[in-house]
Design a protein around this ligand. Structure first.
Ligand SMILES: [Mg+2]
Length: 298
């Protein structure tokens, strides 16, 4: 998948050779990368290896037709989110209605004008990117969403496994956040969340990523970082937050727990659990502190 929409990767599913060549030609001319396959089954095989930014799919095809492919994709937890356009010779209103009912980004009929093809592709890609932004970023703080964090961590951890690198995870939680909300109001609570989020953003390197996991809980994930360094960075963040100035001299503090791969696990769920346990210890020890999980190996 390519993040830059101007050279998006498009899976083109079309059995007719001439039509496939024509459509691929116009898409490529506009900078898109095109992967042509001949039927629904070939598309499924392709999708096991690679997830494109968009699928453009014919309906009438041998082996597996477009309707069947669409049905299968809609039942797939990841693939159902890939933008999908039907491009078919079936141009009757009833055909179009059937196509639209398959939760598609668009339904185009053949032969399609190149200008129209490109305009519709651009529109579907742009619309999808708006959804992605909504899903992947927390509205209040602008930090990565939990879903985005989990996906990014899973992806990064697969690399760690392959290359045997370090990876540190810090789980942070604002101390007595409920009390802050109850005493000073929710608008103040929101301001605290935004300020803490900004502090986190300012504290990390370009390669690190930080997300809001929900409520007053944040996670920093740091590739190529061992637990000791993760702890040092978390301490720095903790001090920066404690130094923030709020109205009426309200003091805001955070507690944190640090875990690291490979010693605490190689799955994001394990690393988050170990960091969370360390965070719990920090809370029990009196808050406004960071605890690094004890290594199982030492
Ligand atoms: Mg066909």
């Amino acid at each position: 998948m390519n993040d830059n929409l101007d050279n998006a990767e498009i899976l083109l599913v079309e059995d007719d050779k001439i039509s496939r060549k024509m459509v691929a030609y116009h898409l490529k001319k506009h900078g898109y990368t095109v992967y042509p396959v001949e039927n629904g089954q070939a598309a499924l095989d392709f999708l096991e290896e690679k997830i494109p930014n968009l699928i453009i799919c014919d309906i009438m095809m041998p082996v597996m037709d477009g309707m069947e492919l669409r049905k299968r994709l809609l039942n797939h937890p990841d693939l159902r989110l890939v933008p999908f356009i039907f491009l078919s010779a079936k141009a009757d209103l009833q055909d179009k209605v059937e196509g639209w009912m398959m939760v598609v980004g668009d339904y185009m009929t053949k032969p399609v004008e190149p200008v129209e093809l490109i305009a519709r592709v651009k529109s579907v890609l742009a619309r999808h990117s708006l959804y992605e932004e909504m899903i992947n970023y927390d509205h209040l703080t602008g930090l990565m969403s939990r879903r985005n964090m989990e996906q990014k961590m899973t992806y990064e951890l697969a690399r760690i496994k392959r290359f045997g690198r370090d990876f540190s995870v810090v789980m942070l939680d604002i101390d007595h956040f409920k009390k802050l909300n109850d005493t000073h109001g929710h608008a103040f609570g929101d301001e605290v969340l935004k300020e803490v989020a900004q502090t986190l953003k300012d504290s990390i390197r370009e390669v690190d990523f930080v997300g809001r996991m929900g409520g007053e809980e944040f996670v920093i994930a740091m590739p190529e970082t061992d637990k000791e360094t993760g702890f040092v960075i978390a301490e720095r963040v903790r001090k920066s937050v404690a130094a923030l100035e709020f109205k009426e001299n309200v003091q805001v503090t955070i507690s944190g727990g640090v875990s690291a791969a490979p010693e605490d696990g190689l799955a994001q769920a394990d690393l988050l659990k170990v960091a969370d346990d360390a965070l719990y210890e920090a809370k029990n020890n009196g808050r406004n502190q960071i605890v690094a999980a004890k290594s199982k190996t030492s």
